[in-house]
Design a protein around this ligand. Sequence first.
Ligand SMILES: Cc1cc2nc3c(=O)[nH]c(=O)nc-3n(C[C@H](O)[C@H](O)[C@H](O)COP(=O)(O)O)c2cc1C
Length: 192
Amino acid sequence: MPTDPFALFDEWFAEARATETNDPEAMALATTDAAGQPSVRMVLLKGHGPDGFIFYTNEQSAKGDQVADNPRAALLFHWKSLRRQVRIEGAVDRVPDAQADAYFASRARDSQLGAWASDQSRPLDTRATFEQRFNQVKQHYEGQDVPRPPHWRGYRVVPERIEFWSDRPHRLHERRLFTLGSSGWSEGLLYP
Ligand SMILES: Cc1cc2nc3c(=O)[nH]c(=O)nc-3n(C[C@H](O)[C@H](O)[C@H](O)COP(=O)(O)O)c2cc1C
């Protein structure tokens, strides 16, 4: 059996794309604040490989503050249609600006405008305030390309540990754990 968690991830991800009702790329992202309080929310996977599992967000959001305080994270995919989960842990690094620019440019224009209009994770008095801000930004960029806001960026979770869990009858599940050591990836099993 080859010890390549990335080939296995690609295989499972392709199957999830074919079978999930929606958002096969949705993953839970767990981070902690300076006091060690964990926090978890969904984000979308926008690229992956040995260099990291990438998501994009506002660096001034709660998660942005948390990865600044503790640049480590855990990711979780749960593909219900396949009865599988993948758990990933590692350090968090920033995606280079040029890569974030390229991805931002590929997004729908309203999503680009929303990135400027949203003070993500900060209190909002009424929905109307947000809509007003959105319209102001829309007017501001009328007839021109929308640049990436400097606070909107990509992060990559660089994996050190990847576990593939598959459902088996009677809770006799299979767990394959890949860990990164000084001589590369090694594979073992865990009791369910
Ligand atoms: C399926 C799904 C995908 C999401 N994808 C993203 C994403 O890629 N980036 C993002 O900033 N927020 C995304 N969100 C919203 C986050 O879950 C969260 O509400 C937001 O980022 C604020 O989180 P924070 O306050 O912990 O920073 C997504 C939500 C769902 C339900």
